[in-house]
Design a binder for this molecule. Structure first.
Ligand SMILES: Cc1cc2nc3c(=O)[nH]c(=O)nc-3n(C[C@H](O)[C@H](O)[C@H](O)COP(=O)(O)OP(=O)(O)OC[C@H]3O[C@@H](n4cnc5c(N)ncnc54)[C@H](O)[C@@H]3O)c2cc1C
Length: 469
């Protein structure tokens, strides 16, 4: 536990609350719960990005389709309302992870990822979604020389595949953002946008409603029943009988039991500062307002918000024994202190700043760290899961592909090996806990030993389970 009184003083005004949901006039009115039985062409379970994109795209493809969304809490109650708002073109949790797993398909996947991000931008314009969209690009900063070593090669490969990536040396990156830790960076000029995550999810909700989608909140789906050529989706006070069902339930227990072994909830945390004064802002530069992530295996991500606060998250990724999604796991004093301490090392000139908000959320981690798809009930039900902390943009791609599968379409998306193949499942408990904790310990050690991977990590790399930031 962090005991340094200097660091802890910065947490004196911290409230364990979700900053994005703080008194926002753009938050839509509640939708009613599902009471009684209704019919639909498509029933979507879950009202985060995946569910709302599925509903929106379904209506755009066929305005006559009757689409119903059922959410157990309220729209955006899951990861979609509480993330860092990095909206990235990567569909594979970063380029290097994609290359490890789908190298021959990466030119297509990268292009589809860029098209996906462009389509998100167009949708935001089309429906006038107020979500503070800023296409700032992203800096991946090296905070140790070994992290910089592979950047020129990554830039070369990515640019060959159509990305626009630039290598910045120590002076160039420090000229943009003034941190004594930076050793260089990769700057992806247009592959990432910053967004207010809650406003994006609410905007998608409004767009869905405007197109005639029916949304039910506070209606937890308990089970699915196969009925002839449809599926009945059962909630406590009613049911939807639908020809097709799209499951967009992310890290929560899947309604398709056989999908559960592929995903574990790993908790990720964020803290936010008070708004920076002109002087404080001048002391760090950052006029490009880029999203920033460091290139460690255990990495931080951080960004400026519209009102000049800094959101700082990542690093600790906590898996709890038996992997439950529980509210009490969303608050973690020890991690908040770790985050504050790393923040102050990165920006020592901001010493004295106050952190005001802190929270956490569960990430749907799978062993390949990027989404996978599946179907059940003889193709009437489909799901997409496993975004592993990289889903603000890729959920739209996940949703489009899930609709292709439900509609029985043969598309460029459905032909991808990435879409057709599932990740390796996690072992059952207690092996699961030991596997994840030992891997995390090894990753931490690799960061401390200039990226050198121990035997365990090399073994995982060899069987396709390796993780490289
Ligand atoms: C702290 C944190 C930071 C992150 N930062 C980033 C980032 O900066 N960039 C990025 O790309 N990604 C980030 N992510 C990941 C990203 O937020 C997710 O990948 C994305 O939001 C997933 O969207 P979703 O719709 O699939 O899931 P969710 O938003 O979790 O939605 C699933 C919904 O399904 C509902 N549901 C589940 N089960 C049922 C049921 N049985 N009946 C009815 N409803 C049900 C849930 O209540 C929930 O609302 C972050 C995640 C976290 C937790």
């Amino acid at each position: 536990m962090q005991k340094d009184p200097f660091v802890l003083r910065h947490l004196a005004e911290l409230t364990p609350e979700l900053w994005w949901l703080d008194e926002d006039p753009l938050e839509p009115a509640y939708q009613p719960a599902l009471i009684g039985d209704v019919g639909a062409d498509l029933c979507v379970v879950g009202a985060g990005y995946t569910g709302l994109w599925t509903a929106l795209l379904a209506k755009e493809r066929d305005p006559e389709r009757h689409v119903v969304v059922i959410e157990q809490y309220e729209t955006g109650a899951g990861a979609s309302g509480r993330n860092g708002g990095f909206c990235s073109s990567s569909l594979t949790h970063g380029f290097r992870n994609g290359m490890r797993r789908f190298s021959s398909e990466m030119p297509i996947i990268e292009r589809l990822g860029r098209e996906n991000l462009d389509e998100i931008e167009k949708t935001i314009e089309r429906y006038a979604i107020e979500c503070d969209w800023e296409r700032t690009g992203e800096l991946q900063v090296a905070i140790a020389p070994w992290q910089f070593a592979s950047m020129p090669e990554e830039a070369r490969l990515r640019n060959e595949m159509g990305d626009h990536v630039e290598v910045l040396d120590r002076d160039q990156v420090r000229a943009r953002i003034h941190s004594p830790l930076y050793e260089g960076a990769l700057f992806d000029a247009d592959g990432t946008a910053m967004v207010d995550p809650a406003r994006l999810v609410w905007g998608l909700e409004r767009a869905c409603l405007a197109l005639g989608v029916t949304i039910y909140e506070n209606s937890k789906v308990d089970w699915l029943e196969d009925v002839d050529d449809a599926v009945r989706v059962h909630a406590p006070y009613g049911a939807v009988t639908a020809a097709r069902v799209a499951l967009a339930t992310n890290v929560f227990p899947s309604l398709v039991r056989k999908a559960r072994k592929y995903v574990v909830p790993v908790f990720d945390y964020e803290i936010v500062t008070e708004p920076l004064s002109d002087e404080q802002l001048a002391s760090i530069g950052w006029s490009g307002r880029e999203g920033v992530a460091d290139a460690g295996n255990q990495f931080h991500y951080y960004r400026l918000t519209q009102d000049r606060c800094i959101l700082w998250g990542g690093y600790d990724a906590i898996y709890n024994f038996r992997g439950k999604v529980q509210r009490n796991y969303e608050f973690n004093a020890e991690t908040y202190a770790t985050l504050a301490s790393h923040f102050l090392k990165t920006f020592p000139q901001l010493a004295g700043i106050k952190f005001t908000h802190a929270w956490g959320g569960a990430i749907d981690t799978c062993t390949r760290f990027s989404p996978f798809w599946g179907s059940a009930h003889r193709g009437k039900v489909a799901y997409v899961l496993g975004f592993t902390g990289f889903g603000v943009a890729s959920t739209r791609f996940g949703a489009a592909t899930m609709l292709d599968l439900l509609d029985g379409l043969d598309t460029e998306r459905t032909r991808l090996r990435m879409v057709q193949k599932k990740p390796l499942p996690f072992p059952p408990e207690p092996l699961r806990w030991i596997f994840i904790r030992f891997t995390q310990w090894s990753i931490k050690r690799a960061d401390e030993r200039e990226g050198k991977r121990n035997v365990w990590l090399r073994l995982l790399d060899a069987i396709g389970l390796g993780f490289d930031s």
